[in-house]
Design a protein around this ligand. Sequence first.
Ligand code: SF4
Ligand code: SF4
Length: 364
Amino acid sequence: MTTPDSHAQIQVYQQDPADLKAWIKTQALELGFADCVIAKPDAQAELARLQEYLDRGYHGDMKFLEDNLEKRANPALLVPGTRSIICVRMDYLVEAPEPRYIPYAPNSAIIARYARGRDYHKIMRGRLKTLATKIRAKVGDFESRPFADSAPIFEKSLAESAGMGWTGKHTLLIHKKSGSFFVLGELFTSLDLPFDAPASKHCGSCTACIDICPTQAIVEPYMLDARRCIAYLTIEYKGVIPEDLRRGIGNRVFGCDDCQLICPWNSFAQVTSVEDFHPRHSLDQVSLLDLWQWDEATFLSATEGSPMRRTGYQSFMRNIAIGMGNAPFDEQIVRALHQQRAHHDEIVQVHIDWALQEQLAKSS
Ligand code: SF4
Ligand code: SF4
């Protein structure tokens, strides 16, 4: 909490807030963040777009997006007293990106790159807390609260308003010098810091992400129908996946990186310095059949501390069944689908039956 003494310290120090801002950025980079910008706590401009997205029903079952619109637009309603937001970025690629999209071997299981290692939320919040502690040691007490995808916040919009990048036509944030393979975090503060300026946009006439999307989820530039997006379908959505989207899902069993992989700006994507993003359990080169053998106990132990926990065992098996249906005909796959059918719930069984039909149709 702020004390009269510490308040005085802040006042003294903030006679040169530009210096304090530069110092904070240096500390953030030293803590391992790849970038740090200071945003004004105001995301009103994003509200109309979200409202249109909600009106069109593109959020599917993500009903939480309908709530707390005022808090999203005005971060000071979420954390009273917020005067500036320190936005940070952590890159998550563990190796240099391919220069262009290269399809995977058909029987491999593709897991989105951010999810192959440990969940980043804990390390993000931990580092933000450390940053707050360092600032406190320099300027005295002030109010602060760290977030990592954990509250109704327009994360991208705030970071964009302060030059962390621009929103691409695939709706993700891109930076000219570092691409889009990164996650965001925020430290809400009561400090009066000078705000950074927005970056210019550089999608131009490119439509590569729209054209490559396997399920045509980017329905128009800058507008994504989550109900068609493989990331939503394989992670957030728990029901029966519409049949007309199953072939497009291919062998992507948790998330999808295709619109990022094709983006020319990702030839500038940076490799991470965060050990937690490194793949565990060979999740960067695992086969569909290997994952299909996982029972629930194996799933729970292999996904401990991993973002993959989020989807749950049965939904994960549903996704793998779709991948197996999309694989070239293979007697081993047909046998494995039959063998495991009785061990799964009705929703998974719907996808197993579809996968068997798809396999048998390719057998002749
Ligand atoms: S994540 Fe995949 S499915 Fe979703 S918009 Fe990008 S390319 Fe399309
Ligand atoms: S692929 Fe092209 S249109 Fe899509 S985000 Fe990248 S630059 Fe923009």
